[in-house]
Ligand binder design. Structure first.
Ligand SMILES: [Zn+2]
Ligand SMILES: [Zn+2]
Length: 344
C-alpha cells in the first residue's frame, strides 16, 4: 500500500576539515542537521574518507560517509557505499569501475559547472564532467545548491543573498536537467539533489567569519528517500540506487508527504520504478501544500496544474517525471523534482 512509504530527508554532499577547503567538523554537521530535522547526512570529502570511522547514528541523525572523487580537471564523482579510498584518475571510467568493484555506486556531480569569473577576487574554477561515454554510474546530481547558485553569483548580489537566502530563484543548471532527460531515454538514470556544503572562513578584522552561513545548506537542497522500512544505511543506499527518491528545496517548505506514483490495476509503482505500458495506467501526484505541478514526458512538459493533487491517464509509453514550483516572495520557485516512472 502507498501509505506504507516513509519519507526520510537527507543532505547529501557535505565537505569537512578532511576536504582541505572546508572548516566544518563532524559536530558542526550534526548540529546543523538537528536544527533542521534532517534524517540523514552524507559527508563526501574531496579524495578522503576521513570521517568513515564515525559513520552511524549520532542521536537521531544517521551519518554516512562517501567520497567526492575529485580529479583536478573536473569529473567530480560522488562515490557512495565504499570502504576503501579511491584515488582520482584522468579517465573517469577507471574510478567509476573501482567504485563498482567495491560494491559501491555513484553520481556525477555538477557536470556543466564552468566556474564563475564575475566575482573577482573570489573566482571559481570550472569543474565540468568531460566524458559522456562512461557507463556504470547510477545517476547524476541534477541540482547542486553550491555550483548552481555559485555560477549565477555576482559581487553586488552576494551581500543580499548572504542575508536573505531563498530570495533568489534557486534553480538547477538547465543543461544538467536536459542531459538527465536525455539519459533517462536510454538508461535508468537516478537524479539526486546535493548541497555541496563547505564551511569557508574569511578573516574579518580580528576574527574568522564564515563566508556563507554553513547552516543554510541544511535547509536548502535535499534528497528525500521513500522506503517501507525504518531508516538505515542500507535503506538509504538502496533507495538512491533504485531512484526511489526526489529532490526538494526545503527552504520553500517541507515536502514530507509528497508522492508521485502510478497505478495499474491495483498495483502501485513509485518514482524510480519501471512498468510495461498498457491501457488504463494512471499517474498521480499529491502534495502537502498547493503548488504548480508540471508533468514531463520524455523531457517535454505535457500538463501543468495548480493545486495539491493531479491525476493523469497514460496514453502511451514514456519516461514520466514531475517538477513543481511554490509561490514564494512574488515568484514561482522550483521546489520538488521527482525521479521518473519508466513506462516502457
Ligand atoms: Zn565537486
Ligand atoms: Zn563538493
Amino acid at each position: 500500500m502507498l501509505e506504507d512509504f516513509k519519507d526520510y530527508t537527507g543532505v547529501i554532499h557535505i565537505h569537512t576539515v578532511y576536504s582541505g577547503d572546508s572548516s566544518a567538523e563532524l559536530s558542526d554537521v550534526i548540529n546543523c542537521a538537528k536544527k533542521f530535522n534532517v534524517d540523514f547526512v552524507i559527508i563526501t570529502d574531496h579524495n578522503s574518507l576521513g570521517y568513515k570511522p564515525f559513520e552511524g547514528w549520532h542521536s537521531n541523525v544517521l551519518v554516512l560517509v562517501g567520497e567526492e572523487i575529485s580529479p583536478s580537471e573536473g569529473n567530480h564523482y560522488l562515490a557512495l557505499d565504499i570502504e576503501e579510498l579511491i584515488e582520482p584518475s584522468y579517465n573517469p571510467q577507471d574510478f567509476i569501475n573501482k567504485v563498482l568493484a567495491q560494491g559501491g555506486f555513484g553520481f556525477i556531480e555538477h557536470p556543466f559547472f564552468y566556474g564563475n569569473h564575475h566575482i573577482h577576487p573570489f573566482n571559481i574554477a570550472p569543474s565540468p564532467w568531460t566524458d559522456w561515454n562512461v557507463d556504470g554510474f547510477t545517476g547524476l546530481s541534477i541540482f547542486n545548491y553550491t555550483s548552481d547558485g555559485g555560477e549565477r553569483m555576482r559581487l553586488y548580489s552576494f551581500p543580499i543573498f548572504y542575508a536573505f537566502p531563498g530570495l533568489d530563484k534557486d534553480r538547477p543548471n538547465t543543461n544538467t536537467v536536459k542531459k538527465w532527460d536525455e539519459l533517462t531515454l536510454t538508461r535508468k538514470t537516478v537524479g539526486i539533489g546535493t548541497a555541496d556544503a563547505h564551511l569557508y572562513k574569511v578573516r574579518l578584522l580580528f576574527f574568522n567569519a564564515p563566508a556563507w552561513p554553513f547552516v543554510y545548506y541544511f535547509n536548502s537542497i535535499r534528497t528525500h528517500i521513500l522506503t517501507r522500512n525504518l531508516l538505515s544505511p542500507d535503506e538509504v543506499y538502496s533507495s538512491l540506487k533504485e531512484g526511489h527518491c526526489y529532490i526538494s528545496h526545503n527552504y520553500l517548505g517541507s515536502p514530507k508527504g509528497f508522492l508521485f506514483w502510478a497505478e495499474d490495476r491495483g498495483s502501485f509503482y513509485i518514482m524510480g520504478d519501471e512498468l510495461s505500458f498498457r491501457e488504463g495506467i494512471r499517474l498521480f501526484v499529491r502534495s502537502p501544500i498547493s503548488i504548480k505541478i508540471r508533468l514531463i514526458k520524455n523531457g517535454t512538459p505535457i500538463l501543468e496544474k495548480v493545486g495539491n493533487f493531479l491525476e493523469y491517464y497514460v496514453e502511451s509509453s514514456g519516461v514520466y517525471r514531475v517538477e513543481t514550483e511554490v509561490y514564494h516572495r512574488f515568484f514561482w520557485k522550483p521546489w520538488v523534482f521527482t525521479n521518473p516512472i519508466y513506462i516502457l
